[in-house]
Design a protein around this ligand. Sequence first.
Ligand SMILES: NC(=O)c1ccc[n+]([C@@H]2O[C@H](COP(=O)([O-])OP(=O)(O)OC[C@H]3O[C@@H](n4cnc5c(N)ncnc54)[C@H](OP(=O)(O)O)[C@@H]3O)[C@@H](O)[C@H]2O)c1
Length: 242
Amino acid sequence: MATLNVLITGAARRVGKILAEAVAEAGGNVALHYGRSREAAEQTAAALRARGATVALLQADLNNPAEAAALVERAWQALGSLNALVNSAAIFENLDWQSTDLPAWERHLRINLTAPFLLSQAFARRLLAEPEAEGRIVNILDWRALRPGADHLPYTISKAGLVALTQSLAVAFAPRITVNGIALGAVLPPSDGQPAPKVLHATPISRWAQPEEVGATLRFLLTGPAYITGEIIHLDGGRHLT
Ligand SMILES: NC(=O)c1ccc[n+]([C@@H]2O[C@H](COP(=O)([O-])OP(=O)(O)OC[C@H]3O[C@@H](n4cnc5c(N)ncnc54)[C@H](OP(=O)(O)O)[C@@H]3O)[C@@H](O)[C@H]2O)c1
């Protein structure tokens, strides 16, 4: 199999960093996208390079569709080619139907759904132009996407849209590009300050995911059977069942 050359959005810190480390662990190279976290991105890049990976650092504001659309070509140039895209960058604001205003609604859709679409479209156009090249797309989802509730409304709707996009593009991009998703639950304490004990109480396997479990799932979808497409794997300790 060709060396993994993976563009990962939001890979400077937290979950994105775990995903980037998983690619380096598999012997792959990373086009490491970040938004505002430049210092963290440089530290993560140094850690990946120490493990032997080639790393290209790419800044882009995914709230800007033009910057999102241009990112794949920049990553392709920086690494020489790409064979995988991981859409992890997202915003997660604690808003319900009352507190959601139009800018917040549009911001969530632009960053969490429009950007992954534009990135996937650019990735497919570029990759399918190469004779016989094959690729993989992995979208980072949330258990809430398949079991929507009243909380985090625009976030949940954007991730539910990303589930539909995962399945639509799995059909559209077959047979040369697979498109799958990982629906995460409690991996790291939420960035919005939600109390951690409440999260764990609702998680049947009552602990946080281990980084290695996240990494192993990503590696499975990037390097495992190419006959799996349109699949959403829950990595949430059973949270979506309660
Ligand atoms: N943490 C969990 O337990 C959990 C649970 C379920 C699902 N998830 C999913 O896992 C993924 C990562 O979660 P996380 O907890 O690590 O999220 P986080 O701490 O909120 O980090 C968000 C990431 O998205 C990037 N980002 C946000 N807005 C951006 C913009 N406008 N332009 C460019 N980059 C932007 C940030 O980059 P910069 O910092 O560089 O700006 C950052 O890397 C998300 O898709 C999330 O929905 C996480």
